[in-house]
Design a protein around this ligand. Structure first.
Ligand SMILES: O=C(O)CCC(=O)C(=O)O
Length: 295
């Protein structure tokens, strides 16, 4: 059992991000790494390289339709569901989806500053992204966060465009992202040195972006997403690309409790794995699912 302190709870609530040192034991880090490898070996239709023309590779995949089954043992055994429940107000925890990132081959550019919420069809306080890495990451190459920004405006998503990090995905209905890199000193930016076993947990509405990595490093990241009691289905300017669940937008109405058989519950007891509907693989790489409107 990992006990979350009042200071950690306050950091998640007020800053939108908290570092939890050595949350995962070495055997759980090894189990998580096996799952990361499983995801690489079983790419879904949503897998893509964000910048295929650049020497540094930045690969991602997410929401594999079989992932809940592959990840089940780890999700049940690891303390992550208990940790996020302690950060939230309610004790119910559902698994939303997994995402993997690889940065390697050469120095890679930054992950653009963005919030996850504009890409996601859900809102609430009880939402968490757990960022897990398998090798040490110096603060200079780690994920960065704008403290408290989850309480501020919801911006349009970044289209991960080669030329313009703030290029929007919807281009209507939400303000364009600020150019945080051009004006870093105006933002309260925080990041952490990471050792295997440490996790960084953030609210999906917090502004975050990955610092560049160097030529001699390979960054392997597993990001696990959870939701809790107060999560509701949210409207975005157009049907949100994530989670990639067939029929989700027809099944739920705006403001309705976010509950769907695709998402198994982990706490207070494990239920729902048996009734996850069989979902066809996703058709298109993420980069083509997030719209890239003209500027
Ligand atoms: O690892 C990265 O560079 C990006 C992580 C991220 O944006 C996320 O997990 O939501």
């Amino acid at each position: 059992m990992v006990d979350i302190s009042a200071r950690e709870r306050a950091a998640f609530r007020d800053d939108g991000v908290v570092f939890v040192g050595q949350a995962l034991s070495p055997d759980l880090v090894a189990a998580a790494h096996e799952l990361f490898e499983w995801s690489l070996a079983h790419p879904s239709g949503s897998a893509c390289e964000f910048y295929p023309d650049e020497p540094g590779r930045f690969y991602q995949d997410l929401c594999h339709p079989e992932a809940a089954f592959a990840y089940r043992d780890f999700l049940e055994r690891s303390p992550l569901a208990d940790i996020v429940a302690q950060l939230w107000s309610g004790d119910e925890v559902w698994f939303l989806y997994e995402q993997v990132f690889v940065k390697d081959r050469a120095a890679t550019r930054r992950t653009p500053w963005h919030q996850d919420s504009p890409y996601l069809a859900l809102d609430g306080n009880d939402l968490a992204v757990v960022w897990i890495n398998f090798s040490p990451i110096a603060q200079a190459h780690s994920l960065e966060f704008v403290r408290g920004s989850h309480r501020g405006p919801l911006y349009d998503g970044s289209a991960f465009d080669d030329e313009d990090d703030t290029r929007p995905i919807y281009a209507h209905g939400l303000p364009r992202l600020p150019d945080i890199e051009a004006d870093r000193s105006s933002f309260d930016i925080v990041s952490f040195d990471i050792e295997p076993g440490d996790v960084v947990i953030f609210h999906p509405a917090v502004l975050h972006g990955g610092a560049p990595t160097t030529a001699d490093s390979r960054r392997e990241t597993l990001s696990l997403r959870f939701f809790g009691q107060d999560a509701v289905y949210a409207e975005r300017p157009e049907p949100a690309p994530a989670p990639l669940t067939a029929g989700l937008h027809d099944a739920l109405g705006v403001g309705e409790r976010f509950r769907h058989p695709a998402f198994p519950r982990l706490r207070p007891s494990v239920t729902g794995f048996e009734s996850i509907p069989k979902i066809d693989g996703h058709g298109q790489p993420l980069k083509t699912q997030i719209r890239t409107e003209p500027n």
